[in-house]
Ligand binder design. Structure first.
Ligand SMILES: [Zn+2]
Ligand SMILES: [Zn+2]
Length: 256
């Protein structure tokens, strides 16, 4: 069989490749006071692919109710990496949706995998580039580190007529490394939008400026740093991207 990487490089954007809608279900700030905000992120793509679940199930469900999300229409869950603020809402979801496919990295802990299976998840381990749904992919596991410990992570890629959109959880492997990886997986395709956690909150000003410059060099059109990106990174990216900077908040909907 032809490897997926090779097959994708032959595809070009066609008229059929429509736009997709991203709904921010959870983030550190929200559009209004009726929505819960906190640590972790959760993004819903086209009402059917859920990327991360925030820190707490109760809050995720409250936001889904406020935002008119039908839980029964969610087809797939992707968990970026094995940190509590990204899988916190998973258990309540599984209680309601037994047998749900949950995409994780092979390096998630045994403890997590056992609990997820016991809770009724149908686990899929993404070692490499994997198609999740029509025009939605996982990068596969990318090695990274968090406070000196190994921490693998996956991001998702949406392929629309505008180009590629990459959604990240915390970007522990490094946000630049993730974008480079996607560019390598989809050679020649433009990167339209990168959003999510960029994990630059512990980086100094110069390192953040270099990251923003690298985004420009890689021709990333729009940037939406949030969660663990840090307020300094949000300011620097905003200055660098001006009108193409997207401020991410729970409750927001975006077309990509
Ligand atoms: Zn995080
Ligand atoms: Zn993390």
């Amino acid at each position: 069989m032809e490897p997926l990487e090779k097959k994708i490089s032959r595809w070009r954007f066609t008229e059929k490749e429509r736009e997709m809608r991203i709904k921010v279900l959870f983030d550190k700030t929200a559009l209004n006071n009726n929505l819960r905000a906190g640590w972790g992120v959760s993004f819903l793509v086209d009402g059917k692919v859920l990327f991360d679940t925030g820190e707490k199930g109760e809050w995720l469900f409250e936001n889904m109710r406020s935002l008119g999300v039908n839980v029964d229409q969610i087809e797939t869950i992707v968990i970026s990496h094995d940190h509590w603020d990204h899988w916190g809402g998973l258990w309540d979801l599984l209680r309601q949706r037994k047998g749900m496919p949950v995409y994780i990295c092979p390096n998630f802990s045994r403890e997590f995998k056992d609990k997820a299976e016991k809770s009724g998840a149908s686990l899929v381990e993404t070692e490499k580039l994997t198609q999740i749904s029509e025009n939605i992919f996982s990068t596969g596991e990318i090695p990274g580190a968090y406070h000196g410990k190994y921490m693998a992570e996956q991001a998702i890629i949406l392929k629309t007529r505008n180009g590629l959109t990459i959604i990240t959880g915390c970007a522990h492997p490094g946000i630049i490394k993730i974008v480079e990886k996607v560019k390598h997986q989809f050679p020649g395709e433009p990167v339209y939008f990168v959003l999510g956690g960029f994990h630059l909150m512990e980086s100094d000003k110069r390192a953040i400026e270099i990251a923003a410059e690298n985004f420009k060099k890689m021709d990333v059109i729009k940037a939406g740093p949030t969660h663990c990106s840090g307020s300094q990174a949000e300011e620097i990216f905003k200055r660098c991207y001006e009108g193409n900077f997207v401020s991410i908040k729970a409750g927001q909907e975006m077309e990509v």
